[in-house]
Design a protein around this ligand. Structure first.
Ligand SMILES: Cc1cc2nc3c(=O)[nH]c(=O)nc-3n(C[C@H](O)[C@H](O)[C@H](O)COP(=O)(O)O)c2cc1C
Length: 303
C-alpha cells in the first residue's frame, strides 16, 4: 500500500483530496454515493455570520468546458451551521474546513470567534466577497484590503488559517505574498474567474448580476500556472483548485507545488468523482513506485 497521507498546516489528511466550497454542501447528499470517510477533507459551503438566501434568477449556467455560477453565498449562517451541520460532518471521519465569507471585517471576525469554539479543523477564508464598506470591490482584489482583513482575522483566529485567493486579483503572486506576510498559515487557489453569458434571443445577460464565476476544466491550465508561480514565491502550504476532474489533474497540481487539492465543479459531473481521483492517485503512486506525496510535491521547477 502506498502512503497518500499529507500534512496541511499541522493537520493530517489521509489523502490530498478535499471537496471545494460550494460544490459539496455539507456533504449530506454526497454521502449517499460514497463513504465520506474516504475523503482527505470536506470544505463547507461559504458561511456568513447571518443566513443568506442567495441571488435571484438563474444561478448556474453551463459553458463549453466549464460552469458559470452566481449563487450569492446562499447559506444557513454560522450559528445554524454549528448546531445543525457540524455534528453530522464531524461524524464522517474526515478533516473539516470551514469556508468563511463576509462583507465587512467585523462580520468575518464575529464568524471566526464563533468557529474558534467548535471542533472545526481548519478555517478557509474566502476573500472574494464584495466589501460593502468600500463600494463592493472584493477584499481579495487589492493587496492593501487583503492585508487588513487577513491580519485582523489572524489576530483572533485560533485555528489554522488558509486564505483562498481570487484569480481576479491584479497580481496573484503579490497577493499570495501579502497574505503570507499578514499571517496566513496556508493558501488555497483559485476561486472562480469573472465571466458572463448572454441570452441572444431576449438580448439580456443570463445572470441578474451580469457577471458570474467561471469554474471547471476550462480554467485548469491557468489555475495550474498560478499554483506553480505562487508555490515558488511563498513558504506556506498551498491547496490547488481549478478544473480538477481526474487523478492526472490532481498529480499535476501536486507536481506544481500543491500540498493538497480541491475538487469543485467535477462533483457535478460525477458525484463520486473524488473517490475515482483518490483511487487514481493510489494506482499512479503504486505504478510509479512513489512512496509518499512529498516525493513528487513541487518537483516542477525545483533546482
Ligand atoms: C456552484 C458553486 C458555488 C461555489 N461557492 C463557493 C463558496 O461559497 N465559497 C468559495 O470560496 N468558493 C466557492 N466556489 C468556488 C469553488 O470552491 C472553486 O474554487 C472553483 O469552483 C474552482 O474549482 P473547480 O474548477 O474545481 O470548480 C463555488 C463554485 C461553484 C461552482
Amino acid at each position: 500500500m502506498v502512503n497518500t497521507k499529507v500534512e496541511l498546516c499541522g493537520v493530517e489528511l489521509k489523502n490530498p483530496v478535499i471537496t471545494a466550497s460550494g460544490t459539496f454542501g455539507f456533504g449530506r447528499e454526497y454521502g449517499e454515493y460514497f463513504p465520506l470517510s474516504k475523503l482527505g477533507g470536506i470544505c463547507t459551503k461559504g458561511l456568513t455570520l447571518n443566513k443568506k438566501d442567495g441571488n435571484k434568477g438563474i444561478r448556474i449556467y453551463e459553458t463549453a468546458g466549464g460552469l458559470l455560477n452566481s449563487i450569492g453565498l446562499q447559506n444557513p449562517g454560522v450559528d445554524n451551521f454549528i448546531q445543525e451541520e457540524l455534528p453530522f460532518m464531524k461524524k464522517q471521519g474526515t478533516v473539516i474546513l470551514a469556508n468563511v465569507g463576509g462583507s465587512t471585517i467585523d462580520e468575518y471576525l464575529k464568524s471566526i470567534e464563533k468557529l474558534n469554539e467548535t471542533s472545526i479543523d481548519i478555517i478557509e477564508l474566502n476573500i472574494s466577497c464584495p466589501n460593502v464598506r468600500e463600494g463592493g470591490m472584493a477584499f481579495g482584489i487589492k493587496t492593501e484590503t487583503a492585508y487588513k482583513v487577513v491580519s485582523e482575522v489572524k489576530d483572533v483566529c485560533k485555528k489554522p488559517l488558509i486564505v483562498k485567493l481570487s484569480p481576479n486579483a491584479k497580481n496573484i503572486v503579490q497577493m499570495a505574498e501579502t497574505c503570507e506576510k499578514a499571517g496566513a498559515d496556508g493558501l488555497s487557489l483559485i476561486n472562480t474567474f469573472s465571466g458572463m453569458a448572454i441570452d441572444i434571443k431576449v438580448r439580456k445577460p443570463i445572470f441578474e448580476n451580469v457577471i458570474a464565476g467561471l469554474s471547471g476544466p476550462c480554467i485548469k491550465p491557468i489555475a495550474l500556472r498560478m499554483v506553480y508561480e505562487v508555490s515558488k514565491a511563498v513558504d506556506i502550504p498551498i491547496i490547488g483548485i481549478g478544473g480538477i476532474v481526474d487523478y492526472r489533474d490532481a498529480i499535476e497540481f501536486i507536481m506544481a507545488g500543491a500540498y493538497a487539492i480541491q475538487v469543485g465543479s467535477g462533483n457535478f459531473i460525477k458525484p463520486d468523482i473524488c473517490l475515482d481521483i483518490i483511487h487514481g492517485i493510489e494506482k499512479f503512486m503504486e505504478d510509479e513506485k512513489i512512496k509518499s506525496i512529498e516525493e513528487i510535491r513541487g518537483i516542477i521547477g525545483r533546482d
